[in-house]
Design a protein around this ligand. Sequence first.
Ligand code: AMP
Ligand code: MN
Ligand code: MN
Length: 356
Amino acid sequence: MTQKEPVPMGQKGRNMTLDTILEEIKKAEKIVILAHETPDGDAIGSCLAMNLAVKALGKSADVVIKEFPRVFDFLPGRDEVKTESNVEQYDLAIALDCADLKRLVGKEYFEEAKQTIVIDHHGSNKMFGDINFVNPVAPACCQILIGMFEYFGIDINKELGTCILTGIITDTGGFKYPGVTAETFEFTAELLGKGVNVSDIYKRVLQTKTKANFELMKRTLNRMEILEDGKVTFTYVTNQDLKEVNAGIGDHEGLVELGRDIEGVEVSIFIREKDEAENTYKVSMRSNNYVNVSDVCLMFGGGGHQRAAGATAQGTIEEVRDNEFVITNTEVTGSINIIKKFNWCISIILSNREIK
Ligand code: AMP
Ligand code: MN
Ligand code: MN
């Protein structure tokens, strides 16, 4: 990997936040790179890309990811990923693709670190770092990294490009979500020219289903309820399902999309029983055209993007569906009194609100 000459400090066209990030990376001896729980392609791609970038700057870092979905095993640098670290205090912790400290895996390393950086693209980002570089318009955290690395003078070669493109392909649903920009395609075209196998990445991360994912898909489709005059779908998987189909890390990915893709459906709701605590559910929501599901999930202590968001809830499946559940991890404790149902909440939005 070669390094281009960065623009000298104080020169026109400089960005102070990026300058500070570069300075912090160059100054740190011990660096840790972290991402959000149940990491997706953007979280994984961002971490591995940042690891390569740190190396290109002549430094090294620990990438700590507890649960690494095997679909991303092909990515460069995967072998270096640790599930935990015994370093007591890092000089610098970098959180990627994560809106909220409570969702950060390895937050103990982040909290103890001397300096912290948050790089993200969630509109609901809580700006929990000492330095925050957040662009809610970027379709993927990985896309933010392109501009950042170019600014740092790092050559985005085949390996780095493969990690970045994995994040972009997964977070844009294969270039099909509205957040995709001209830069997304320009960068992809450039990488194709550099020998990155776009079609292979696409096939591995979006097209190929594990057997367990296929089995879960059958179950979720069979159970799907169509609510609110066909505008909302609801379905779920339990721990029992996950055990029976021998599901591994990440095998639930994509199930929330099934409902959203039905004609006339505006919002799909998918819940997954969490492993750690019985009766605790991960809620996932997707919308099509006008419901801001991030707003809905924020009211339940979660967050995300306008068209893809999540939260955590506690109760039975029926209670979660009808919103008679306990809200966990929420800082908006009063909301339980106001919001009685997901469906109620969504139906208000369905009737009152249009997002351009
Ligand atoms: P998921 O449904 O898990 O694929 O998540 C969809 C989007 O919402 C992703 O960008 C997540 O990072 C975000 N998200 C999911 N769950 C939460 C949560 N509990 N709090 C904040 N953001 C979340
Ligand atoms: Mn993500
Ligand atoms: Mn993302």
